[in-house]
Design a protein around this ligand. Structure first.
Ligand code: 5GP
Length: 185
């Protein structure tokens, strides 16, 4: 499978979800992959839209039947993965595809799809991450500490990516993504 696939990664609470949602609503021709996850939904999250929320057993089954293009345990025991079939159908139909996944997933996709484009989203500064995470209020203190530790490691791996976009101003960051992915305004 080749095709035009873009991986977007970045530390927790950097605003990847907001950026990708803005991009998707301006460019419905792009397929944004919906990941499977074993974590429970946050308030407002819709099954099949934000994630496919699945049990551990169902996730095991997806792995066993080679149904995932990549998967990783992120933030402890929670598993996240990219369902393979929708990505393959979109690529076969000539659609551009975006995967919003973590660093471990980005590394796997780079191995499996050598032509993939990889973009890392950076916060304006480290404090902005912590502030956003605390303001979001969806994680416990222990979970916040764990997510910030992961973020600190991920920030050291930015050189593995083809491009870097700083998410300071939402509109500017989306415009930069549109340019990097080669979409028309
Ligand atoms: P959250 O629980 O905040 O929605 O996401 C936590 C992390 O999981 C984020 O860094 C996000 O990029 C990552 N993630 C979401 N979906 C996938 C996926 O399908 N594969 C991988 N490897 N990571 C994912």
């Amino acid at each position: 499978m080749t095709g035009d696939v873009t991986v977007i990664s970045g530390p927790t609470a950097v605003g990847k979800g907001t950026l990708v949602a803005a991009l998707a609503s301006a460019h419905p021709e792009v397929l944004v992959s919906v990941s499977a996850t074993t974590r429970p939904p946050r308030p407002g999250e819709v099954d099949g839209t934000h994630y496919h929320f699945v049990s551990d057993a169902a996730f095991d089954e997806l792995i066993a039947c080679d149904g995932l293009l990549e998967w990783a345990s992120v933030h402890g025991d929670t598993r996240y993965g990219t369902p393979r079939a929708p990505v393959e159908s979109a690529v076969a139909a000539g659609r551009r595809v975006i995967l919003e996944i973590d660093l471990q997933g980005a590394r796997q996709v780079k191995q499996r799809l050598p032509g993939v484009r990889t973009i890392f989203i950076l916060p304006p500064d480290r404090q902005a991450l912590e502030d956003r995470l605390r303001t979001r209020g969806t994680e416990s203190d222990a979970e916040i500490v764990r997510r910030l530790q992961t973020a600190d490691y991920e920030l050291t791996c930015v050189d593995e990516f083809d491009h870097v976009v700083v998410n300071d101003d939402l509109g500017e960051a989306v415009a930069e993504l549109v340019r990097l992915i080669g979409l028309s305004d």
